[in-house]
Design a binder for this molecule. Structure first.
Ligand SMILES: Cc1cc2nc3c(=O)[nH]c(=O)nc-3n(C[C@H](O)[C@H](O)[C@H](O)COP(=O)(O)O)c2cc1C
Length: 357
């Protein structure tokens, strides 16, 4: 490579990656790997941190990759770089999500307001939240989703549709505690060893889950499959679905759904980009956000859970499809104004651990 001038220096490369890893990922799995090839960056899905049961066909990882990609594009633009993006460059490498070639862009507009929200954005699982979400705010969020071709937000237009959406989300969250497969996956991502006040650099720190102090010992005990099964005979999954989804959403002014045009991986990746733009705009607007992905992801029909629950899945898929057609509703966002920023936030691994060069 001698003699060929590099456009992107080391410091800029590190800054771009730092913006990338600030992105959200399901269960804080951070399933990204990066390799620089000169001024081109390859984004891969990390085989060791993806492909779990809910991530069959990499739906959750593709969403996280899209969010990571969008953060990098936005931050680089604010530094004066434009990018040529090639999604899924090699068809037989399912983990290679994108190649991005960067170049200096003297004509580009470096004013990129969303860049300022990259480090501030976070998941907030507390409630209640205040409203209202004005039509102007909704329009700003809609515009951000639409900037990514084919992507859009759906807002329940009536109380009846909001109730139906709430029903689907509650069913999906209940299923996460009722299905032994989903229960095992969910609890394995919670780092109970860090305690209820500590932080961790990967996975979910209990402190970020907003579980009420008196409920913590019970919630922690439910990580044992036998105990979960026992309490499920008394309706525990239903109560947990109510507490984790129904109640917070009822006590929040805004609920919207990211709708993607097809289930092609390139559309899921684009969905992740749109999700991130919406979330960054919401952050700039002072809004708190909690995503609910189970309803949409389980409804796609890729996740192989116990046959006993297949009927649930088809019912959920049909209900969701009816609400937001045409397209596939993938991630619900609960939004509203919190009184303060949450004390506890998810951590990130050290930048060097993402290196795939
Ligand atoms: C595709 C995707 C799905 C997610 N699903 C949920 C969810 O169902 N419930 C939830 O509380 N958080 C969900 N999250 C939020 C992540 O848990 C969160 O992004 C991660 O823990 C990192 O924390 P941060 O967003 O505060 O940086 C999801 C995030 C992504 C990108």
């Amino acid at each position: 490579m001698q003699g060929r001038a590099r456009t992107v220096d080391r410091q800029t490369k590190a800054a771009i990656l730092c913006a990338g890893i600030a992105a959200p990922s399901a269960d804080n799995s951070q399933p990204w790997r990066f390799a620089w090839r000169g001024d081109a960056l390859d984004l891969h899905i990390d085989a060791g941190r993806s492909g779990r049961v809910s991530d069959t066909r990499y739906v959750l990882s593709d969403l996280a990759a899209g969010a990571c990609l969008e953060n990098m594009l936005i931050h680089a633009r604010s530094l004066g770089y434009a990018a040529d993006l090639q999604p899924f460059p090699q068809h037989d490498d399912e983990l290679w999500v994108a190649r991005v070639r960067w170049r200096r862009d003297p004509e580009g507009d470096p004013i990129e307001p969303l860049a300022g929200a990259i480090e501030q954005r976070h998941t907030d699982r507390r409630f209640p939240w205040r409203g209202p979400i004005t039509t102007e705010t909704q329009a700003r969020l809609n515009d951000q989703a639409r900037l990514i071709p084919g992507q859009r937000l759906w807002w329940p237009p009536t109380a009846r549709e909001r109730k139906a959406a709430l029903g689907v989300i509650r069913q999906a969250e209940t299923l996460r505690f009722r299905s032994p497969t989903l229960h095992a996956e969910l609890f394995s991502s919670i780092r109970f060893a860090t305690g209820w006040h500590g932080a961790c650099e990967e996975g979910l720190a209990p402190a970020t889950l907003a579980v009420e102090p008196p409920m913590r010992p019970f919630f922690q005990a439910l990580r044992r499959p036998a105990l979960m099964a026992l309490f499920n005979r008394l309706g525990a999954a239903s109560v947990l679905g109510w507490r984790s989804a129904w109640l917070p959403i009822r006590l929040s002014p805004g609920l919207c759904l990211l709708v993607i045009p097809s289930t092609a991986r390139s559309d899921v990746l684009a969905g992740g980009r749109a999700l991130q733009r919406v979330w960054l705009q919401a952050t700039l607007d002072g809004l708190s956000v909690q995503p609910y992905a189970a309803a949409g992801v389980l409804s796609l029909g890729f996740v192989p859970i116990e046959p006993a629950f297949q009927r649930w899945l088809s019912r959920m898929g049909a209900a969701l499809g009816q609400l937001c057609a045409p397209g596939y509703g993938l991630v619900f966002l609960r939004i509203g104004y919190a009184r303060s920023a949450p004390r506890d936030r998810s951590g990130r691994r050290a930048l060097a651990s993402f290196d795939a060069s």
